[in-house]
Write a protein that binds this ligand. Structure first.
Ligand code: ZN
Length: 403
Protein backbone atom coordinates (compact mmCIF):
# COMPACT_ATOMS: atom_id res chain seq x y z
CA UNK A 1 0.00 0.00 0.00
CA UNK A 2 1.52 3.28 -1.07
CA UNK A 3 0.49 6.84 -0.40
CA UNK A 4 0.01 9.28 -3.22
CA UNK A 5 2.20 12.31 -2.83
CA UNK A 6 -0.20 15.13 -2.16
CA UNK A 7 -2.22 15.28 -5.37
CA UNK A 8 -3.24 18.76 -6.49
CA UNK A 9 -6.80 20.06 -6.39
CA UNK A 10 -7.59 19.10 -9.98
CA UNK A 11 -6.37 15.56 -9.49
CA UNK A 12 -8.26 15.25 -6.23
CA UNK A 13 -11.41 16.33 -7.95
CA UNK A 14 -10.89 13.69 -10.62
CA UNK A 15 -10.21 11.02 -7.99
CA UNK A 16 -13.24 11.91 -5.90
CA UNK A 17 -15.48 12.05 -8.92
CA UNK A 18 -14.21 8.79 -10.33
CA UNK A 19 -14.56 7.09 -6.95
CA UNK A 20 -18.16 8.26 -6.73
CA UNK A 21 -18.92 7.03 -10.25
CA UNK A 22 -17.22 3.79 -9.44
CA UNK A 23 -19.44 3.43 -6.40
CA UNK A 24 -22.53 4.18 -8.45
CA UNK A 25 -21.45 1.70 -11.09
CA UNK A 26 -20.91 -0.97 -8.47
CA UNK A 27 -24.34 -0.18 -7.07
CA UNK A 28 -25.94 -0.65 -10.49
CA UNK A 29 -24.25 -4.01 -10.84
CA UNK A 30 -25.20 -5.09 -7.34
CA UNK A 31 -28.82 -3.98 -7.72
CA UNK A 32 -29.10 -6.03 -10.86
CA UNK A 33 -27.45 -9.04 -9.25
CA UNK A 34 -29.71 -8.98 -6.22
CA UNK A 35 -32.96 -8.33 -8.03
CA UNK A 36 -32.18 -11.11 -10.51
CA UNK A 37 -30.72 -13.41 -7.87
CA UNK A 38 -27.54 -14.01 -9.75
CA UNK A 39 -23.84 -13.64 -9.17
CA UNK A 40 -22.93 -14.64 -12.69
CA UNK A 41 -20.31 -12.24 -13.91
CA UNK A 42 -21.24 -12.59 -17.57
CA UNK A 43 -24.90 -11.83 -16.96
CA UNK A 44 -24.24 -8.89 -14.70
CA UNK A 45 -21.72 -7.51 -17.12
CA UNK A 46 -24.03 -7.83 -20.12
CA UNK A 47 -26.96 -6.27 -18.32
CA UNK A 48 -25.28 -3.37 -16.60
CA UNK A 49 -22.10 -2.44 -18.45
CA UNK A 50 -23.79 0.00 -20.87
CA UNK A 51 -25.51 1.77 -17.95
CA UNK A 52 -22.30 1.96 -15.99
CA UNK A 53 -20.63 3.52 -19.00
CA UNK A 54 -23.24 6.27 -19.09
CA UNK A 55 -22.13 7.36 -15.62
CA UNK A 56 -19.05 8.71 -17.32
CA UNK A 57 -16.81 6.04 -15.93
CA UNK A 58 -13.97 5.26 -18.34
CA UNK A 59 -14.25 1.80 -19.84
CA UNK A 60 -11.09 0.56 -18.12
CA UNK A 61 -12.86 1.12 -14.81
CA UNK A 62 -16.26 -0.28 -15.70
CA UNK A 63 -15.08 -3.86 -15.77
CA UNK A 64 -13.72 -3.46 -12.25
CA UNK A 65 -16.99 -1.95 -11.05
CA UNK A 66 -18.77 -5.03 -12.40
CA UNK A 67 -16.24 -7.29 -10.68
CA UNK A 68 -16.75 -5.45 -7.44
CA UNK A 69 -20.50 -5.89 -7.75
CA UNK A 70 -20.04 -9.61 -8.41
CA UNK A 71 -17.92 -9.94 -5.30
CA UNK A 72 -20.37 -8.04 -3.15
CA UNK A 73 -23.24 -10.12 -4.47
CA UNK A 74 -21.37 -13.34 -3.81
CA UNK A 75 -20.49 -12.37 -0.30
CA UNK A 76 -24.10 -11.29 0.24
CA UNK A 77 -25.34 -14.71 -0.85
CA UNK A 78 -22.56 -16.39 1.08
CA UNK A 79 -23.59 -14.64 4.25
CA UNK A 80 -27.20 -15.53 3.71
CA UNK A 81 -26.38 -19.15 3.14
CA UNK A 82 -24.62 -19.42 6.45
CA UNK A 83 -27.67 -17.84 8.07
CA UNK A 84 -25.83 -14.90 9.41
CA UNK A 85 -27.46 -11.54 9.15
CA UNK A 86 -26.82 -10.22 5.69
CA UNK A 87 -28.78 -7.04 6.22
CA UNK A 88 -30.93 -5.31 3.65
CA UNK A 89 -30.01 -5.51 -0.02
CA UNK A 90 -27.07 -3.43 0.26
CA UNK A 91 -26.10 0.10 -0.40
CA UNK A 92 -22.56 0.14 -1.66
CA UNK A 93 -20.20 2.21 0.40
CA UNK A 94 -17.32 3.76 -1.46
CA UNK A 95 -14.54 1.25 -1.79
CA UNK A 96 -12.33 3.61 -3.71
CA UNK A 97 -11.52 2.94 -7.32
CA UNK A 98 -10.75 -0.49 -8.65
CA UNK A 99 -7.89 -0.40 -11.13
CA UNK A 100 -7.82 -3.11 -13.73
CA UNK A 101 -4.48 -4.07 -15.24
CA UNK A 102 -5.18 -1.83 -18.23
CA UNK A 103 -6.16 1.18 -16.19
CA UNK A 104 -2.83 1.86 -14.60
CA UNK A 105 0.89 1.49 -14.87
CA UNK A 106 3.70 2.27 -12.49
CA UNK A 107 6.22 4.39 -14.37
CA UNK A 108 9.31 5.03 -12.28
CA UNK A 109 7.86 6.23 -9.01
CA UNK A 110 4.67 7.56 -10.51
CA UNK A 111 1.29 5.96 -10.94
CA UNK A 112 -0.11 6.53 -14.41
CA UNK A 113 -3.87 6.24 -14.70
CA UNK A 114 -5.88 5.98 -17.83
CA UNK A 115 -8.54 8.68 -18.03
CA UNK A 116 -10.64 7.17 -20.76
CA UNK A 117 -9.34 9.52 -23.42
CA UNK A 118 -6.71 8.00 -25.60
CA UNK A 119 -3.21 9.21 -24.84
CA UNK A 120 -4.37 11.27 -21.87
CA UNK A 121 -3.19 10.13 -18.51
CA UNK A 122 -3.33 11.23 -14.94
CA UNK A 123 0.11 11.16 -13.33
CA UNK A 124 0.18 10.59 -9.59
CA UNK A 125 3.56 10.62 -7.86
CA UNK A 126 3.90 8.01 -5.12
CA UNK A 127 5.75 8.26 -1.88
CA UNK A 128 7.77 5.10 -1.71
CA UNK A 129 9.29 3.76 1.50
CA UNK A 130 12.68 2.09 1.28
CA UNK A 131 11.33 -1.43 1.56
CA UNK A 132 9.26 -0.92 -1.58
CA UNK A 133 12.13 0.27 -3.74
CA UNK A 134 13.04 -2.28 -6.31
CA UNK A 135 9.74 -4.07 -5.91
CA UNK A 136 7.72 -1.85 -8.17
CA UNK A 137 8.77 -3.93 -11.17
CA UNK A 138 6.94 -6.85 -9.61
CA UNK A 139 3.61 -5.06 -9.60
CA UNK A 140 1.13 -7.13 -11.51
CA UNK A 141 -2.63 -7.50 -11.46
CA UNK A 142 -5.62 -5.48 -10.34
CA UNK A 143 -5.02 -2.61 -7.91
CA UNK A 144 -7.18 -0.29 -5.90
CA UNK A 145 -7.12 3.41 -5.11
CA UNK A 146 -8.81 4.60 -1.99
CA UNK A 147 -9.09 7.60 0.23
CA UNK A 148 -8.58 7.80 3.97
CA UNK A 149 -9.31 11.22 5.32
CA UNK A 150 -7.56 13.68 3.06
CA UNK A 151 -4.99 11.20 1.81
CA UNK A 152 -5.17 8.91 -1.16
CA UNK A 153 -3.53 5.51 -1.25
CA UNK A 154 -3.01 2.85 -3.82
CA UNK A 155 -2.95 -0.84 -3.04
CA UNK A 156 -0.62 -2.48 -5.51
CA UNK A 157 -0.48 -6.23 -5.96
CA UNK A 158 3.00 -7.70 -6.06
CA UNK A 159 3.92 -10.79 -7.89
CA UNK A 160 6.23 -12.47 -5.49
CA UNK A 161 8.64 -15.29 -6.16
CA UNK A 162 9.14 -18.05 -3.59
CA UNK A 163 5.61 -18.40 -2.34
CA UNK A 164 3.76 -21.60 -1.60
CA UNK A 165 1.55 -21.49 -4.62
CA UNK A 166 -0.83 -23.60 -6.56
CA UNK A 167 -1.91 -23.28 -10.13
CA UNK A 168 -5.60 -23.30 -10.77
CA UNK A 169 -5.68 -21.62 -14.12
CA UNK A 170 -6.42 -18.19 -12.70
CA UNK A 171 -2.92 -17.23 -11.71
CA UNK A 172 -1.12 -18.46 -8.65
CA UNK A 173 -2.77 -17.90 -5.30
CA UNK A 174 -0.67 -16.68 -2.43
CA UNK A 175 -1.61 -18.85 0.50
CA UNK A 176 -0.98 -17.32 3.90
CA UNK A 177 -1.48 -19.58 6.91
CA UNK A 178 -2.65 -17.93 10.12
CA UNK A 179 -1.89 -19.61 13.41
CA UNK A 180 -3.97 -18.49 16.37
CA UNK A 181 -2.74 -18.94 19.90
CA UNK A 182 -2.34 -17.66 23.39
CA UNK A 183 1.19 -16.32 23.58
CA UNK A 184 0.78 -14.86 20.15
CA UNK A 185 -2.79 -14.13 19.24
CA UNK A 186 -1.98 -14.53 15.56
CA UNK A 187 1.08 -15.46 13.53
CA UNK A 188 1.18 -15.40 9.75
CA UNK A 189 4.21 -16.14 7.64
CA UNK A 190 3.84 -14.31 4.35
CA UNK A 191 6.21 -13.97 1.43
CA UNK A 192 7.81 -10.80 2.77
CA UNK A 193 8.07 -11.63 6.43
CA UNK A 194 6.18 -12.69 9.49
CA UNK A 195 3.17 -10.87 10.86
CA UNK A 196 2.62 -11.31 14.56
CA UNK A 197 0.03 -10.05 17.02
CA UNK A 198 1.34 -10.40 20.52
CA UNK A 199 -1.15 -11.86 22.97
CA UNK A 200 0.33 -10.13 25.99
CA UNK A 201 -1.93 -7.06 25.92
CA UNK A 202 -4.92 -9.40 25.94
CA UNK A 203 -3.64 -11.40 28.89
CA UNK A 204 -2.83 -8.19 30.67
CA UNK A 205 -6.28 -6.74 30.08
CA UNK A 206 -8.02 -9.92 31.16
CA UNK A 207 -5.97 -10.17 34.32
CA UNK A 208 -6.72 -6.56 35.14
CA UNK A 209 -10.41 -7.20 34.64
CA UNK A 210 -10.26 -10.37 36.70
CA UNK A 211 -8.78 -8.61 39.69
CA UNK A 212 -11.29 -5.78 39.39
CA UNK A 213 -14.05 -8.34 39.27
CA UNK A 214 -12.79 -9.98 42.43
CA UNK A 215 -12.81 -6.66 44.20
CA UNK A 216 -16.38 -5.96 43.14
CA UNK A 217 -17.45 -9.43 44.18
CA UNK A 218 -15.96 -8.92 47.60
CA UNK A 219 -18.08 -5.82 47.93
CA UNK A 220 -21.09 -7.61 46.49
CA UNK A 221 -21.43 -5.24 43.61
CA UNK A 222 -23.08 -7.64 41.20
CA UNK A 223 -24.25 -4.76 39.02
CA UNK A 224 -20.64 -3.73 38.48
CA UNK A 225 -19.61 -7.27 37.76
CA UNK A 226 -22.27 -7.53 35.09
CA UNK A 227 -21.27 -4.23 33.52
CA UNK A 228 -17.67 -5.38 33.34
CA UNK A 229 -18.55 -8.38 31.31
CA UNK A 230 -19.86 -6.17 28.52
CA UNK A 231 -16.83 -3.92 28.69
CA UNK A 232 -14.44 -6.78 28.37
CA UNK A 233 -16.26 -8.12 25.35
CA UNK A 234 -16.29 -4.75 23.66
CA UNK A 235 -12.58 -4.38 24.27
CA UNK A 236 -11.89 -7.72 22.64
CA UNK A 237 -14.28 -7.00 19.78
CA UNK A 238 -12.46 -3.74 19.03
CA UNK A 239 -9.16 -5.55 19.01
CA UNK A 240 -10.52 -8.25 16.73
CA UNK A 241 -11.73 -5.61 14.29
CA UNK A 242 -8.28 -4.07 14.23
CA UNK A 243 -6.43 -7.34 13.89
CA UNK A 244 -8.72 -8.67 11.17
CA UNK A 245 -8.39 -5.48 9.18
CA UNK A 246 -4.61 -5.63 9.39
CA UNK A 247 -4.58 -9.21 8.26
CA UNK A 248 -6.81 -8.59 5.26
CA UNK A 249 -4.75 -5.52 4.33
CA UNK A 250 -1.68 -7.70 4.47
CA UNK A 251 -3.20 -10.42 2.33
CA UNK A 252 -4.43 -8.07 -0.32
CA UNK A 253 -0.91 -6.96 -1.12
CA UNK A 254 -0.36 -10.30 -2.77
CA UNK A 255 -1.79 -11.71 -5.96
CA UNK A 256 -4.84 -13.96 -5.56
CA UNK A 257 -4.51 -14.00 -1.78
CA UNK A 258 -5.86 -16.88 0.27
CA UNK A 259 -5.97 -16.84 4.07
CA UNK A 260 -5.90 -20.22 5.75
CA UNK A 261 -6.96 -21.01 9.30
CA UNK A 262 -7.29 -24.13 11.31
CA UNK A 263 -10.81 -25.30 11.90
CA UNK A 264 -11.45 -23.76 15.22
CA UNK A 265 -11.78 -26.89 17.30
CA UNK A 266 -8.04 -27.11 16.97
CA UNK A 267 -7.53 -24.19 19.25
CA UNK A 268 -9.57 -25.70 22.01
CA UNK A 269 -7.66 -28.93 21.68
CA UNK A 270 -4.32 -27.29 21.70
CA UNK A 271 -4.88 -25.29 24.83
CA UNK A 272 -6.59 -28.04 26.73
CA UNK A 273 -4.91 -28.46 30.07
CA UNK A 274 -4.19 -24.80 30.42
CA UNK A 275 -5.98 -23.78 33.57
CA UNK A 276 -5.34 -20.16 32.93
CA UNK A 277 -6.93 -20.35 29.55
CA UNK A 278 -10.11 -18.64 30.62
CA UNK A 279 -8.09 -15.75 31.85
CA UNK A 280 -6.38 -15.38 28.54
CA UNK A 281 -8.33 -15.65 25.35
CA UNK A 282 -11.61 -17.44 25.33
CA UNK A 283 -12.75 -19.37 22.35
CA UNK A 284 -15.50 -16.96 21.37
CA UNK A 285 -12.77 -14.37 20.84
CA UNK A 286 -10.95 -16.60 18.35
CA UNK A 287 -14.18 -17.44 16.60
CA UNK A 288 -15.07 -13.80 16.38
CA UNK A 289 -11.65 -12.94 14.98
CA UNK A 290 -12.04 -15.55 12.27
CA UNK A 291 -15.58 -14.34 11.48
CA UNK A 292 -14.36 -10.78 11.13
CA UNK A 293 -11.52 -11.85 8.88
CA UNK A 294 -13.94 -13.86 6.79
CA UNK A 295 -16.35 -11.09 6.05
CA UNK A 296 -13.70 -8.42 5.60
CA UNK A 297 -11.83 -10.75 3.27
CA UNK A 298 -14.88 -11.61 1.21
CA UNK A 299 -15.60 -7.95 0.68
CA UNK A 300 -12.31 -7.46 -1.10
CA UNK A 301 -12.09 -10.80 -2.83
CA UNK A 302 -9.67 -12.55 -0.50
CA UNK A 303 -10.43 -16.23 -0.16
CA UNK A 304 -10.55 -17.85 3.28
CA UNK A 305 -10.09 -21.58 3.75
CA UNK A 306 -10.02 -23.87 6.75
CA UNK A 307 -7.83 -26.87 7.30
CA UNK A 308 -7.76 -29.88 9.54
CA UNK A 309 -5.80 -28.78 12.60
CA UNK A 310 -4.28 -32.15 13.32
CA UNK A 311 -0.49 -32.10 13.34
CA UNK A 312 -0.09 -28.56 12.05
CA UNK A 313 1.89 -27.83 15.17
CA UNK A 314 4.21 -30.80 15.19
CA UNK A 315 4.91 -31.46 11.52
CA UNK A 316 8.20 -30.46 9.96
CA UNK A 317 7.54 -28.06 7.10
CA UNK A 318 10.76 -29.15 5.42
CA UNK A 319 10.67 -32.95 5.59
CA UNK A 320 7.09 -33.59 6.76
CA UNK A 321 8.19 -35.71 9.70
CA UNK A 322 5.44 -35.46 12.31
CA UNK A 323 5.95 -36.25 15.96
CA UNK A 324 5.32 -34.68 19.31
CA UNK A 325 9.07 -34.76 19.88
CA UNK A 326 9.46 -32.02 17.29
CA UNK A 327 7.98 -29.67 19.81
CA UNK A 328 10.25 -29.79 22.84
CA UNK A 329 8.82 -26.57 24.24
CA UNK A 330 5.71 -24.59 23.60
CA UNK A 331 7.41 -21.89 21.62
CA UNK A 332 10.06 -23.78 19.74
CA UNK A 333 10.03 -26.29 16.93
CA UNK A 334 12.93 -28.57 16.15
CA UNK A 335 12.58 -31.46 13.73
CA UNK A 336 14.08 -34.63 15.16
CA UNK A 337 14.52 -36.04 11.67
CA UNK A 338 16.14 -33.26 9.67
CA UNK A 339 17.10 -30.67 12.25
CA UNK A 340 14.97 -27.89 10.80
CA UNK A 341 14.07 -25.45 13.52
CA UNK A 342 12.15 -22.28 14.06
CA UNK A 343 9.50 -20.53 16.05
CA UNK A 344 6.66 -22.96 16.66
CA UNK A 345 3.95 -20.51 15.64
CA UNK A 346 5.71 -19.67 12.39
CA UNK A 347 6.06 -23.38 11.68
CA UNK A 348 2.35 -23.86 12.34
CA UNK A 349 1.54 -20.99 10.00
CA UNK A 350 3.64 -22.59 7.26
CA UNK A 351 1.99 -25.95 7.79
CA UNK A 352 -1.48 -24.44 7.68
CA UNK A 353 -0.57 -22.73 4.41
CA UNK A 354 0.84 -25.99 3.11
CA UNK A 355 -2.27 -27.99 3.90
CA UNK A 356 -4.47 -25.25 2.44
CA UNK A 357 -2.43 -25.13 -0.76
CA UNK A 358 -2.90 -28.88 -1.08
CA UNK A 359 -6.64 -28.52 -0.60
CA UNK A 360 -6.88 -25.81 -3.22
CA UNK A 361 -4.83 -27.86 -5.59
CA UNK A 362 -6.42 -31.25 -5.25
CA UNK A 363 -9.61 -30.62 -3.37
CA UNK A 364 -10.44 -32.18 -0.03
CA UNK A 365 -9.36 -35.77 0.41
CA UNK A 366 -12.59 -37.61 -0.21
CA UNK A 367 -11.24 -41.09 0.39
CA UNK A 368 -9.29 -42.04 3.46
CA UNK A 369 -7.55 -39.58 5.67
CA UNK A 370 -3.91 -39.20 4.88
CA UNK A 371 -1.93 -42.05 6.43
CA UNK A 372 -0.87 -41.72 9.98
CA UNK A 373 2.35 -39.85 10.13
CA UNK A 374 1.65 -38.27 6.78
CA UNK A 375 0.24 -34.83 7.26
CA UNK A 376 -1.75 -33.32 4.47
CA UNK A 377 0.96 -31.14 3.14
CA UNK A 378 1.58 -30.10 -0.42
CA UNK A 379 3.40 -32.91 -2.10
CA UNK A 380 2.00 -35.82 -0.22
CA UNK A 381 -1.63 -34.97 -0.28
CA UNK A 382 -3.01 -37.86 -2.26
CA UNK A 383 -1.64 -41.00 -3.76
CA UNK A 384 -0.20 -40.70 -7.21
CA UNK A 385 -0.09 -36.94 -7.23
CA UNK A 386 3.41 -35.63 -7.41
CA UNK A 387 4.35 -32.06 -6.98
CA UNK A 388 6.99 -30.94 -9.40
CA UNK A 389 10.51 -30.40 -8.17
CA UNK A 390 10.40 -26.70 -8.73
CA UNK A 391 7.47 -26.33 -6.42
CA UNK A 392 9.32 -28.14 -3.68
CA UNK A 393 12.45 -26.13 -3.98
CA UNK A 394 10.43 -22.94 -3.95
CA UNK A 395 8.81 -24.00 -0.76
CA UNK A 396 12.14 -24.90 0.69
CA UNK A 397 13.89 -21.66 -0.08
CA UNK A 398 10.91 -19.89 1.36
CA UNK A 399 11.35 -21.79 4.58
CA UNK A 400 15.02 -21.26 4.84
CA UNK A 401 14.71 -17.55 4.48
CA UNK A 402 12.31 -17.59 7.39
CA UNK A 403 14.41 -19.70 9.70
ZN1 ZN B 1 12.30 -32.23 9.26
Amino acid sequence: MLKLRNPGAGKRRWLDQTAERFRQGTQLGLDYALSNKTSNRGKIHAATYPNIRTLGLPSDYCRMAVNQAVQLARSHYGLRKSKRRAGKPTAVRSQGIGLGVNAYKVVGTTLRLSTGSKGEYLWLPLSIPAKWRGRLQQVKGDARLFRRGEDWFVMLPLRVPHTPTVRDGHGEPTVIGVDLGIVRLATAKHPHGTWVVNGRPIRHERERQASLRKRYQRHRRTDRVRAMKGRERRWMTDLNHKVSRQLVDLAIQYPSPVLAFEQLDGIRDRVRGSKRFNRMVSSWAFRQLVDFVQYKAERVGVKVVFVDPRKTSRTCPRCSHATRANRPEQSHFRCVACGYQGNADVVASLNIAGVAAGLLRYGPPDTARPDEGQPGLVGDRLDGVKVDEQQCSHTDSNLESSA
